[in-house]
Every structure is written in structure tokens, then in C-alpha cells.
Design a protein around this ligand. Structure first.
Ligand code: MN
Length: 429
């Protein structure tokens, strides 16, 4: 995409690259840790990180913009949500008059150690939904060819309570889990290393403002509780999952690791890329009133392109580039983010700042747009053949999975999410 003639330029040159994920119009939130284990809030700009406490110390941010990290997590959530901090950072990074004072607070992204949360105590709770009807249908069909969708799917945003302690930041090695599983033809289960390790391409959203226990969140208010979005890889051991999931749902087949991208893209940065919620097919039931509003239907979708890339150890050793194994879009979700938030709190469950929600695997309708190997290889029945001749039913040790997401629209700059990556390490025997 060509540079917009009227587009504001940054004095950080890499931010003006039309291919960057992080132009002035994005400025996603992040948290990094310095050599003395101090946490710093920051924004991404081009290939750099802008240290916000450093700018505050310099007197470049006012009190309501100073980025306190209090004992209960990030201060000024509202200033973030309202775009106030991003607007000020954009001023500092575009007006050359600030350059001398701001430049010392830029650090190359490759030199900072990002943390996976904006809460000081880490991510409080993690809930994973199942909002892609194409994913739910594809997976259901593997098990129930004639009746892939269960009767509740079109009424309830289905979710399960994931494990927050094992959420790791992009780049963290993921160890192949061991667990209990039972082969279909075996008389008894056995314990061992998973042989069907999979990725799940998802989008996460952080809660910025919570609700009190016993209170609910009306649909029209739901977005005020969303801080921003990131990429999520909900690693899944299908053999462990298949044996354990009935009747209470996913457990150890998921909880060994979940990888998230370090940057939280704010809702107001995503404003130009909003679209109507995916239309419900003719004949589908209208959701119950607490989950339905014309406003949410008119703008509850997000046009976010999502990709999964794979690099095997053999490919990396041969100097071969990763190969794309999936390409989809978030706009096809059956449930909107607001519907998920409202449903989650509809029983009075309190959401808290720093909680992470995820959409569930994002799949489209074509083989190239499914968000897991389970779907892509039909549970291993149709292995994926890579350009170098290697085949994959599921992930092997040494495989690296890289997820990317970005938005493009004519008249607006591309903004992106950065990467969510992880390499599979061998199981500990
Ligand atoms: Mn998932």
C-alpha cells in the first residue's frame, strides 16, 4: 500500500515503512522488564519501543498520562482506553521539536524483554471461547459427521476456563506435554508424550475495567471493558484432550502452555477496520435479547487478517523461510467480542483488569483458512505436505509456529499485531 500523501510522519524512520506493523496510527501497549527486573510500560513504534516512564520522568507526559504501575496493576486504564496516552505519544513521535528529549527513551525492540501482561501480578484469569462457527463445525464434523454443531451453539457463546499461570510471551519455548491418553483400539489408557500436538490460531482481548461480583455488563457497555487485542496460540494436545474432555471440557490438553503476542492493539486504533458482525445464515435463531443489539451487529466485527506460518527444524537448518499454512480473517466470527464479554458476566461473574479472553480457533470455510492442524489434516488423515517434502499430521519437535495479524483498508495505513511465535521442545521423559 502506498504512503498516504496526508499521512503524519514520524521522525522514527522505521515507523514510516508501509510494511511496518507499528506506524504512528497504532502505538500498541506493551510491558517490558529491564535488567534490574523493573517493569516499564511502553508503546511500539516502527522497530523501536518507547519507554513511557522515561518520558514521564522527562516531564513529557502529564500526571493523568503518567503510566503508573500500582500494586494492583496498570493505572490510568481509562486514559489508555480513551486513546489519550496514544495521542500524546503520537505527538512526541511526530513533532521534531521533541526529538532530542524523546530519542533517549527509544530502545530497539530486539533488545527488550517483553512481559505477557499489563497486570503486575500477571494475568488473573483466562477464558477461551469457541466463537468461530466454521471451527466448531469442522471439529464437530470429525466426531459427528451428520450433526456437527451441538444444539446450544447458536444460542450460547461457548467457552471454558483456561489456565492463566502457563500463559507465556511470544518466543518462549513450548515443551511437548506428557499426559494420559487412550488409543481408539487400546483396552486401557497410557501415560506418555503427546503425539498430536497442535496450534490454535486465536485473537485475545484483555479486560481493562472489571465489574463487581454480582453485577452484569450490558451489551452496549461491553466494549468499555475491553482494553485491547493481541494474538493467541492456544497450543493443544489432541490425544490428551480427546481422552479427558468428557464431560467437563478441556483441561491438561490445553493448560501446559498458551502463547500470546507482546503487543496489545487498542480498540481505538482498530476503529477504521471495524465491520458489521458476520451475518447469521437464514434460519438461524436470533440470540436472546441480552446478547443482541443492532449497534453491535452493525459494528461488532473486526477485519483482521490472520496467518499461521510453520518452520521445521530441517527447514531452518537449510536456511529455508517459514511456509504459510493458514490464512483467515477475524470478521467471520459467529459471536462478537461484546457478546462474549456480556455473556461471561451475565451470571454476575466478576471480570477483573488484566483478565484475558480469547475467541477460540479462528477458521474460515476453505482448507487454507482453518486455524488448527486438527482441521487442516482431518485429524492426521490427510497430512500436510511441506515444500521440502516433509509431512505433518501434527507438530514435531523443533517445529516453530509463527502467527501474524494485521489490518489493511484503502485510505488508511496498515497496522499490525507483531508476531506470536514458539518452538516445540522435546518432552521431558
Ligand atoms: Mn482454543
Amino acid at each position: 500500500m502506498a504512503l498516504m500523501p496526508d499521512r503524519k510522519r514520524s521522525w522514527v524512520e522505521s515507523a514510516n515503512d508501509p510494511e511496518t506493523d507499528f506506524p504512528l496510527e497504532n502505538l500498541p501497549f506493551g510491558l517490558y522488564e529491564d535488567d534490574r527486573q523493573r517493569r516499564h510500560t511502553c508503546v511500539a513504534i516502527g522497530d523501536q519501543v518507547l519507554d513511557l516512564p522515561g518520558c514521564a520522568h522527562e516531564g513529557l507526559l502529564n500526571a493523568s498520562q503518567s503510566i503508573g504501575l500500582g500494586p494492583r496493576g496498570l493505572g490510568h486504564v481509562e486514559a489508555w482506553r480513551a486513546g489519550e496516552i496514544r495521542r500524546r505519544a503520537a505527538e512526541l513521535l511526530s513533532d521534531a521539536a521533541y526529538r532530542d528529549r524523546v530519542d533517549p527513551h527509544l530502545i530497539p525492540q530486539k533488545d527488550v524483554r517483553m512481559l505477557p501482561s499489563f497486570g503486575v501480578g500477571g494475568i488473573g484469569d483466562y477464558t477461551d471461547f469457541y466463537a468461530s462457527i466454521h471451527h466448531a463445525t469442522n471439529v464437530g464434523r470429525l466426531f459427528r459427521p451428520d450433526n456437527p454443531l451441538l444444539p446450544n451453539y447458536k444460542w450460547v457463546p461457548i467457552g471454558y476456563h483456561g489456565r492463566a499461570s502457563s500463559i507465556v510471551i511470544s518466543g518462549t519455548e513450548v515443551r511437548r506435554p506428557c499426559g494420559q491418553m487412550k488409543a481408539p483400539d487400546a483396552a486401557e489408557p497410557a501415560f506418555g508424550a503427546s503425539r498430536s500436538l497442535d496450534y490454535e490460531l486465536e485473537v485475545g482481548f484483555f479486560i481493562g475495567q472489571g465489574n463487581d461480583l454480582g453485577e452484569t455488563i450490558p451489551l452496549e457497555q461491553a466494549e468499555k471493558h475491553i482494553f485491547g487485542l493481541c494474538l493467541v496460540n492456544d497450543w493443544s494436545a489432541r490425544d490428551i484432550q480427546a481422552w479427558e474432555y468428557q464431560p467437563l471440557g478441556p483441561f491438561l490438553g490445553k493448560s501446559f502452555a498458551t502463547t500470546i503476542s507482546p503487543w496489545v492493539v487498542m480498540l481505538d486504533a482498530l476503529e477504521p477496520y471495524r465491520v458489521p458482525a458476520a451475518p447469521r445464515p437464514e434460519g438461524d435463531p436470533k440470540p436472546l435479547p441480552y446478547l443482541w443489539s443492532d449497534h453491535d451487529q452493525a459494528r461488532g466485527g473486526f477485519d483482521i487478517q490472520l496467518e499461521v506460518w510453520l518452520a521445521t527444524a530441517q527447514m531452518r537448518a537449510a536456511g529455508q523461510a517459514p511456509v504459510r499454512v493458514s490464512r483467515g480473517n477475524l470478521r467471520e466470527l459467529y459471536w462478537t467480542l461484546s457478546q462474549m464479554v456480556t455473556h461471561h458476566a451475565s451470571n454476575g461473574c466478576n471480570l477483573r483488569p488484566g483478565d484475558l479472553m480469547a475467541t477460540g480457533t479462528v477458521s474460515g470455510t476453505t482448507p487454507e483458512s482453518v486455524g488448527s492442524l486438527l482441521e487442516r489434516t482431518k485429524r492426521g488423515a490427510e497430512p500436510l505436505v511441506l515444500p521440502n517434502g516433509e509431512q505433518r499430521k501434527f507438530l514435531e519437535d523443533g517445529d516453530e509456529v509463527i502467527m501474524k495479524g494485521w489490518c489493511e483498508r484503502e485510505g488508511f495505513p496498515r497496522i499490525g499485531f507483531g508476531e506470536c511465535r514458539g518452538v516445540i521442545a522435546p518432552a521431558r521423559v
